[in-house]
Ligand binder design. Structure first.
Ligand code: KG4
Ligand code: ZN
Length: 333
């Protein structure tokens, strides 16, 4: 079954064609980073306007790069939420019209479920059940995944998402937007042990997170050491990154242990972080767990994961109606 996927929840206009929920025939992304960069964050109205310009060319590019004809598509899957409403509506309306025109079924997909299912686009997917850590710019959550369409939320952030913390710390240090990849690169030149920031572990058996205190600790450090900060930036970001990575790795491994689960997945934009990938692989390995992390391209927002999740929804009989709407905040199932 061949599915066209469309993703416009934030600042990437993405389209992809995926066969049977696992073989990526094509995946294209038009990034708006250059447009939002001067503002230090995504400007929602600008994002919607750029999606309008990019959506048709991206869909056409994905179909032509896939090597199939549009007539061979079996369904259209599109991100329904969570995300920026104006941005979501562009992809959603386009997908509805595209599917209606071709008399195809269409499926509104949860973006977070798409991230989790992205591990099935890789050659070595985890068996069920597994525990997934979803870390992105808007979400930081742990799920117990028992089937393609059954994901139980075990814990989530109580304030900032991990990616948001990376972006805000980068902004404090004038490192540009989005900050995650810059901090990842710069931290390699720093010593993660020189400046030790607090680890917000919260209660032991709780799989919730809190990153706003850590962000404030970095801010305070910068204010106190204003004069000497410039030379210490690699150490500051390395210390900050190590604190985030410690907490994320600890929580996901303990959640898996509590569920007697030997398989861990790491998904979402922050799963591209080299230190996080290394630490989870190492620490989970010590516990005899297998670790499944998508390639960098499949960690950040893409439409292949939306097409894959759409396939599993379709198999489960979950299709959308023409009256369906988008949603802005997280909800699963
Ligand atoms: O999943 P994603 O592409 O979009 C959302 O759904 O939010 O995640 C974007 C987030 C941004 O906060 C970005 O700074 C972060 O992922 N990110 C990283 C890295 N690459 C992207 N954070 C840490 N290290 C990275 N290498
Ligand atoms: Zn995302």
């Amino acid at each position: 079954m061949i599915i066209l996927g469309i993703e416009t929840s934030c600042d990437d206009t993405a389209a992809a064609v995926v066969a049977d929920g696992k073989v990526v025939l094509s995946s294209v992304v038009s990034s708006q980073i250059g447009i939002h960069h001067p503002y230090g964050g995504v400007v929602p109205e600008l994002a919607s306007r750029k999606h309008i310009e990019a959506i048709a060319p991206m869909v056409n590019a994905a179909v032509s790069a896939s090597g199939i004809d549009a007539e061979q598509l079996d369904a259209v899957a599109v991100t329904r939420g969570p995300g920026l409403v104006g941005a979501l509506l562009v992809g959603f309306c386009f997908a509805k019209a595209y599917a209606y025109m071709r008399s195809l079924p269409w499926i509104g997909v949860n973006h977070l479920e798409g991230h989790i299912i992205s591990v099935f686009l890789e050659p070595d997917p985890p068996p069920f059940p597994f525990v997934a850590l979803l870390v992105s710019g808007g979400h930081t959550s742990i799920y117990h995944v028992t089937s393609y369409t059954t994901m139980e939320l075990l814990g989530q952030t109580r304030d900032d998402a991990a990616g948001e913390a990376f972006d805000k710390v980068a902004k404090m240090l004038d490192l540009g937007y989005p900050g995650g990849a810059v901090i990842d690169r710069m931290a390699k030149q720093g010593d993660p042990g020189r400046i030790v920031f607090p680890r917000p572990f919260l209660e032991k058996s709780v799989y919730d997170f809190s990153f706003s205190g850590l962000k404030t600790a970095v801010k305070r450090y910068i204010q106190i050491h204003r004069d000497k900060c410039a030379g210490r930036i690699p150490d500051i970001v390395a210390g900050f990154q190590e604190a985030v990575v410690d907490v994320l790795s600890h929580k996901v491994i303990h959640a898996a242990m509590a569920r007697d689960c030997n398989h861990v997945a790491l998904v979402g934009g922050v799963a591209a972080n080299s230190r996080l990938r290394e630490k989870v692989r190492h620490d989970a390995g010590l516990e005899g767990m297998t670790v499944h992390i998508p390639s960098i391209e499949l960690c950040s927002d893409n439409a292949a994961m939306i097409a894959a999740m759409g396939y599993h929804c379709l198999i489960a009989g979950k299709v959308s109606g023409l009256g369906d709407d988008v949603f802005s905040r997280a909800r699963m199932g």
